[in-house]
Design a protein. Structure first.
Length: 201
């Protein structure tokens, strides 16, 4: 199902439909401040594994990322020392994935992982989904293929390609092509692992 939602003013009725899909264990494709991404409830193990299967990832070996709605929520699920806190606060919301040490509040699927990827995209739809859900949204960007860029930027074509695999595709207009910048905050000092959208300040 393709559901139109305007980023400038997310319709509450439409947002409730998104919430209902997530609460019953469904998969969505939603907009970020970069590329469109797969999403599901962080606490629904079957849904998380379904996304990993879609991406052909091994849950034991894959780096798992999720979207938080604010710094306080990030600090619930990840460990923030003073340096990481300042860096995260200065750059989020924004097109960054921060690799942080996970906390003991993470669900079982994450228990064997020392680190997690944290996102807080500068996109009102993504942040409102997490607000409504009440906990983070597991996320993984949709496939990138240079030959078919319209299938990762145009919501109608995204729905055509992935409609059989997800329960809902949010149409928030054309998406971008540049993924987030990945910053590892688990070492002595922050290290950029992948340059993407946004400049770290």
């Amino acid at each position: 199902m393709l559901l139109k939602i305007y980023p400038e003013n997310p319709n509450p009725v439409a947002m409730r439909r998104v919430l209902e899909v997530l609460q019953r264990g469904g998969l969505i494709i939603f907009p970020t401040d970069g590329v469109y991404a797969f999403g599901c409830s962080l606490f629904d193990a079957q849904a998380v594994e379904a996304i990993l299967k879609l991406k052909n990832k091994d849950p034991r070996k894959s780096n798992l990322s999720f979207v938080c709605s604010g710094i306080s929520q990030i600090s619930e699920y990840a460990k923030l020392d003073d340096a990481a806190f300042k860096l995260v606060k200065k750059n989020l919301p924004g097109p960054f994935t921060f690799i942080l040490n996970g906390s003991n509040k993470l669900p079982k699927l994450f228990k064997n992982k020392k680190t997690v990827g944290i996102r807080m995209p500068d996109n009102p739809i993504a942040l409102e989904i997490v607000n409504l859900l009440g906990h983070p949204l597991m996320t993984s960007s949709i496939f990138y293929n240079e030959e078919t860029t319209e299938y990762i930027t145009d919501p109608e074509l995204i729905a055509e390609k992935y409609g059989d695999y997800v329960d809902l595709v949010i149409d928030a207009g054309m998406g971008g092509l540049t993924p987030s910048t990945i910053v590892d905050c688990t070492g002595y000092e922050a290290t950029i692992l992948r340059y993407g959208a946004g400049e770290l300040s």
